[in-house]
Ligand binder design. Structure first.
Ligand code: AMP
Length: 330
């Protein structure tokens, strides 16, 4: 096993052992992750799902949550429809890549006999889990789940399918090993997964291949972006823009990173209208070159990581105040 991965497993052996014990104890397990999933959330969920199914054939394993407009079925199968009655008998809930209770994609985790969690989001509580492996410093939840799999030792097999999903998770949240939180553990986990025989060329193609329509989206961004006096670039995608481009609001953030690596741009955001009847709002994806933007995200109804966070506001009249909070960071 790669040295950094082995060291991590050794350093966290207590937490990892208590998570393994929980898995061994329950014959019925459901894996949860965050709403509006990304590569990391879905990759962790499917990676662990395949690993548990393949290595614990006597157990009933499920994965819960909403779907994704473009990753399903291109990268991951459609989510299962699990009947309510399934949750009436004792089960273990494994919650991945999410801290706050409100962001767990299916509220039925609350019926679990035990909740355990693996996550890398900054988290202030209250904690819904009894046991956990939490590491704010790690670039992806995928590398933590990989460490969990590695901690089972050689007797348990990691199939190509499980390795592929976890590799997608790691590559997705580390920004292809570019973001600052990328560490020896990130590379060691990726290397260990590649050793399981996955084809990374086809993985990158299915993760990042774009369609011609994406060029129109990029053109829209280039035609509409603005930059504040302190170097915060942003684009607004109102309902009409989404219609014109044939996009759902979840996809509004897809080209936010067009502004990375531009001199003079310190932070950048996509601001997309979301007419979800449950919570109509403008959803913001914020990214930054170096400064910690997670505090501003928390103030604006969201949260996340120092260089990648999500937030929202109700009305466009709040745009100026939001941008001014970001400008104050620089
Ligand atoms: P997004 O811009 O939606 O891709 O989110 C960027 C990162 O921030 C992801 O890791 C999300 O999981 C995280 N994030 C987004 N919204 C929230 C929130 N309300 N609370 C905590 N983390 C969040």
């Amino acid at each position: 096993m790669e040295e950094a991965l082995r060291n991590y497993v050794r350093l966290h052996r207590k937490e990892l052992r208590s998570l393994r014990d929980a898995v061994r104890k329950y014959d019925r397990i459901c894996i949860f992750r965050h709403i509006k999933p990304d590569f990391d959330a879905l990759g962790c969920q499917f990676g662990l799902y395949h690993f548990l199914r393949e290595n614990f054939p006597g157990k009933e394993i499920h994965q819960a949550g909403d779907t994704h407009p473009t990753f399903v079925p291109r990268l991951f199968p459609a989510p299962e429809k699990i009947p309510n009655s399934w949750f009436d008998s004792p089960f273990l809930a494994i919650v991945l890549d999410v801290g706050d209770k409100e962001r767990i994609a299916d509220p039925r985790f609350q019926k679990a006999s035990m909740v355990v969690k693996i996550d890398h989001h900054p988290f202030r509580g209250p904690d819904v889990s009894e046991r956990s492996l939490l590491d704010e410093g790690s670039a992806s939840c995928g590398e933590l789940v990989t460490a969990f799999l590695a901690s089972f030792g050689r007797r348990k097999k990691v199939s190509k399918e499980a390795a592929r999903a976890l590799y997608i998770a790691i590559v997705g949240d580390s920004g292809r090993f570019l973001y600052g939180a990328t560490s020896p553990l990130t590379f060691a986990s990726a290397s260990w997964l590649i050793g399981k025989g996955i084809d990374i060329r086809s993985i990158y193609l299915s993760m990042y291949e774009k369609k011609i329509e994406d060029l129109e989206f990029q053109k829209y961004v280039l035609d509409h972006y603005r930059i504040t006096p302190k170097g915060v670039a942003y684009y607004l995608l109102p309902e009409e823009g989404l219609k014109e481009l044939g996009l759902t609001s979840e996809r509004g953030k897809e080209h936010v990173n067009m502004f990375s690596n531009i001199e003079g741009i310190n932070a950048w955001c996509s601001i997309t209208e979301d007419n979800d009847p449950k919570e109509p709002c403008w959803r913001i994806s914020i990214r930054s070159k170096a400064e910690d933007i997670s505090g501003v995200a928390s103030k604006w109804g969201g949260g996340g990581h120092p260089q990648a966070s999500g937030a929202k506001f109700k009305d466009l009249s709040e745009l100026e105040a939001f941008l001014s909070d970001l400008d104050d960071l620089f």
